[in-house]
Design a protein around this ligand. Structure first.
Ligand code: ANZ
Ligand code: ZN
Length: 857
């Protein structure tokens, strides 16, 4: 029977994908345990919020991680590649309010559906390690962590403001405030002060900032965002005494521009400043109190960004500018923030734009004290503040100094006179973790009339979230409405006590889940330190850039908390970070609300999971956005079908190869060229994948190899192996030339191995067809030989006394001595050397190739 007519099965992904998914599961192919004989590799994608259905934009990240995990496994690493669910949070509760489904039901159903989606994509997860943060076996360790932090003063309680809907009588999360109104009823949102819990992340501000510099495998963009978020500011605190009440001290301001202090013509306090709060309570202060109420009700982010109109109120009090000795008025201003610096600012209208606008609006004096070089500023003519540096004027003994120098000298002077001190301020605030919500981790403390706040003893954990709750979206937080939950006994005195009804921010859940994956079923500790010592840190972490700040800073912080608890020695949880690009459709981000989502299941039905995976990897580098097109997916499918036909038709030939190593036999030109292509492709793909993760260029290299293979074998489909090789169009020719079969086998096997991280199901099937057992997922990654991968022949120019006299065509692996020999033997060169004495022969190397230079006298 002629080989040309062998009928191969058509590529039908649906028929093989299920089969391999079942086999992987049954064979526990991706489950791992610690193994000190192999290097470990922890590959993690940010776990998923179980919103319902994952679209291809969501799953792109998992596919990227899967290619890395599969490739690393083949390269001999013991790979931990787990998955789980960030399962608490507001949407579940909103769904309960809207359609009565219990948040737990909603969440667990969504998890089941999405897990199925991921399994149908063939992602190589260690599913036995799956975690869901809404289960008590997980969240009890949030509670444990909270209690440990409480012991160390890393968790504390203070009053802080929340959004309040006066109509629903309920606290609103920031996401539930839409255009300043309640998401349910539209009533304008006001501010309420409540006792809330905080994690003291500011204790680590400096370390988080410093250590950021060492995260060399993180995108610069993310590091910059974190640096700005932490926001270190070097400046000084300066005290302005209150006029007339010398004993009562004064008001401290924080400034980065003490050089402008002679121009401070007023002081501005935040509405939240304690003195303002005190003054507003005094009799006759109704107008002040009214203004404060209005300011505090203004959108906090708009106040922060300065989007709201700048407004102030004169308190009627005065302070003394300690450098000029003059009394200046104290105003309250809506754009001064209570939580930054000291909550008080010296107003320097000539040199700060916000102060300038404020002064113009309220007719406050403007005094220029810094002159930019070569300009003469005058207060009356100014149209905006001069914020740059310059030479000080009207600044007493400091006049004539340049700004930088003045900052040094004036800070020293303030310190010497006991007026102030050099300080560093951070934008980073302590992390408010209290949520007045149901679907989260209950905070494990109780309040007792006799003992006050009492932590729940760790052996009584978990504090279980009660199953039933009313979800009206109105009134107190849902937990506060369940007496069976609230009413308890005090662990200290046994008297009646009330439980804390706040739950934790879900960012607490995600701040340490990567440790839990190392030991997911531990029921006496969050994790065994030894297991984290083996698996940690995460070597490759990928996810959306929207987590550049909160999740990634909180995780770095909590890693340090576990370090403080002696549970890990790690400083940083994630060595390498990749932020993947979005998937767009018709130029728009895919999202349910835009109705432009592509469901992976639809695509799997039409083209198979492998084509979908390959398409998403091939269309762009992982960090870049991709524009979804069905045509692109179809192209990937066609490529896979092409590989399928090629390999399936050659499988029998490859299996029958009796020369194991094509390196050991004589090859003709065509064979040698295919072999070079194979080794060169292995080299390219290996380097593209590890460590660069240039998945798209790796796929292009594989496509080139497939083209060359088709060229080698003859035209599409007929695959007359050996036709180009030795001009005989039959399989018999192959049999006669073991070398052809050997190079073919090497190429085909390398192709299937390297394609397998991208298209794992198809490659498993083909690998088996090629006669291998044990699965491609566990097969070793192909090797390449540098010498074979290099261009085969090299053209080397030969100079005699600086003039090119010949060009040699040599084997690329010929060494320099051989080159010298060949150069001297060349007839052209020999002619130019006639009657001369060679004094030097140099072989110069370089990117462009080698060159022989002969000097003769
Ligand atoms: C006087 C001054 C003069 C200032 C001048 C700037 C320019 P960064 O770099 O962001 O730390 N400031 C201090 N506390 C504030 C608060 N709670 N709310 C709003 N603004 C506040 O900025 C520090 C500067 O921001 C400080 O320096 C202060 O204004 C203002 F020509 O002091 B400066
Ligand atoms: Zn008590």
């Amino acid at each position: 029977m002629g080989y040309n007519f062998r009928i191969v099965r058509e590529y039908r992904p649906q028929a093989i994908e299920r089969k391999w998914q079942d086999r992987w599961r049954a064979g526990r192919a991706f489950e791992v345990s610690e193994d000190s004989d192999r290097p470990k590799f922890y590959c993690l994608e940010m776990f998923a919020y179980p919103s319902g259905h994952a679209h291809v934009g969501h799953v792109r990240n998992y596919m990227i991680g899967d290619v890395v995990a599969r490739m690393k496994r083949m390269r001999g690493f013991n790979v931990l590649h787990p998955f789980g669910w960030d399962a608490f949070g507001l949407p579940a509760e909103n769904a309960a309010i809207q359609n009565g489904t219990h948040p737990e039901t909603w969440t667990l159903e969504n998890i089941a559906h999405m897990k199925g989606q991921l399994q149908r994509l063939g992602i190589s997860y260690a599913w036995e390690r799956e975690i869901a943060t809404c289960l008590p076996e997980y969240y009890r360790w949030n509670q444990w962590l909270f209690l440990k932090m409480l012991e160390r003063d890393l968790a504390y309680r203070r009053r802080s403001s929340v959004n309040w809907c006066p109509s629903c009588n309920t606290v609103l999360a920031n996401e539930q405030v839409v255009d300043g109104g309640c998401w349910r009823c539209g009533t304008p949102v006001t501010v309420r002060e409540l006792e809330q819990w905080f994690f003291r992340i500011t204790r680590y501000a400096e370390e988080l900032l410093d250590a950021g510099i060492r995260l060399t495998d993180w995108p610069d963009k993310v590091l910059t965002m974190q640096r700005n978020w932490i926001g270190r500011s070097d400046g000084a605190r300066v005290r302005f005494p209150l006029e007339g009440v010398a004993d009562e001290g004064g008001i401290d301001v924080f400034t980065t521009r003490i050089d402008t202090i002679y121009g401070a013509t007023f002081m501005l306090l935040a509405p939240e400043h304690p003195l303002v709060q005190r003054w507003s309570g005094e009799t006759g202060a109704e107008a002040l109190a009214g203004t404060l109420g209005r300011f505090q009700a203004q959108d906090r982010t708009a106040r922060l960004t300065g989007e709201v109109e700048k407004e102030g109120f004169d308190t009627g009090r005065k302070v003394i500018n300690p450098f000029t000795g003059r009394a200046v008025p104290v105003w309250v201003a809506n754009f001064v923030l209570g939580e930054y610096g000291t909550g008080a600012v010296m107003g320097v209208p000539a040199h700060d734009q916000r102060d300038f606008e404020f002064a113009r609006k309220y007719g406050l004096p403007i005094t220029v004290v810094v002159q930019p070089e070569g300009q003469g500023l005058s207060a009356d003519a100014m149209r905006e503040a001069w914020e740059g540096a310059g030479i000080l004027v009207g600044s007493g003994e400091f006049s004539g100094l340049a700004s930088t120098e003045a900052i040094e000298r004036m800070t020293a002077a303030a310190e010497a006179r006991g007026l102030g001190a050099r300080t560093v301020e951070y934008r980073l605030k302590d992390w408010g973790i209290s949520r007045q919500r149901y679907w989260g981790t209950p905070i494990p403390v109780v309040y007792c009339d006799a003992c006050g706040m009492v932590p729940v003893p760790t052996d009584e954990l978990p504090v279980l979230l009660p199953k039933t709750a009313a979800f009206s979206g109105r009134g107190d937080s849902p937990l506060a409405q369940i007496p069976a939950f609230v009413d308890t006994t005090c662990p200290e005195c046994g008297g009646p006590a009330r439980r804390e009804t706040d739950t934790m921010d879900t960012f607490v859940d995600s701040s340490w889940y990567f440790f839990r994956f190392c030991d997911p079923h531990n029921d006496h500790l969050p994790f065994d330190p030894e297991r984290v010592a083996y698996w940690g840190p995460v070597d490759f972490y990928s996810g959306g850039v929207e987590h550049a700040i909160l999740h990634l800073i909180y995780s770095r912080f909590i890693c340090r908390v576990f370090r403080e608890l002696g549970m890990t020695v790690l400083d940083e949880p994630f060595t390498r970070l990749l932020t993947q690009g979005m998937v767009l459709k018709a130029g728009q981000v895919m999202s349910k609300s835009k109705g432009n989502v592509v469901d992976p299941d639809d695509m799997i039905q039409r083209y198979g999971a492998d084509a979908l995976r390959l398409y998403v990897m091939f269309v762009a580098p992982p960090e870049k956005e991709i524009e979804w097109t069905d045509a692109g997916l179809e192209g990937s499918y066609r490529f896979l079908a092409r590989v399928w036909r090629l390999v399936a038709q050659l499988a029998e030939t490859v299996r029958s190869a009796d020369v194991a190593d094509p390196g050991g036999v004589d090859l003709n030109d065509v064979e040698r060229s295919l072999r070079r292509k194979t080794h060169n492709t292995v080299k390219r793909v290996t380097n593209d994948l590890d460590p660069r993760v240039h998945l798209n260029t790796a796929v292009s290299a594989l496509m080139e190899l497939v083209n060359d293979l088709y060229g080698f074998c003859g035209r599409n489909g007929s695959l007359r192996v050996g036709r180009e090789a030795d001009s005989q169009g039959s399989v018999a020719a192959v049999a006669q030339r073991p070398a052809t079969v050997a190079v073919l086998k090497e190429a085909i096997e390398a192709l299937v191995l390297m394609l397998s991280p991208f298209a794992p199901h198809m490659c498993e099937e083909l690998w088996e067809e090629l006669g291998h057992t044990g699965g491609v997922a566990a097969a070793p990654w192909p090797h390449y030989q540098e010498a074979v991968a290099r261009a085969e022949q090299e053209v080397v120019p030969v100079q005699v006394n600086g003039k090119i006299r010949a060009r040699l065509t040599v084997d690329a692996d010929a060494d320099d001595d051989r080159l010298r020999e060949l150069a001297l033997a060349d007839p052209q060169v020999a002619r130019h050397l006639e009657g001369r004495k060679v004094t030097k022969i140099v072989v110069a190397g370089g990117q462009a190739g080698r060159l022989v230079s002969i000097v003769a006298v």
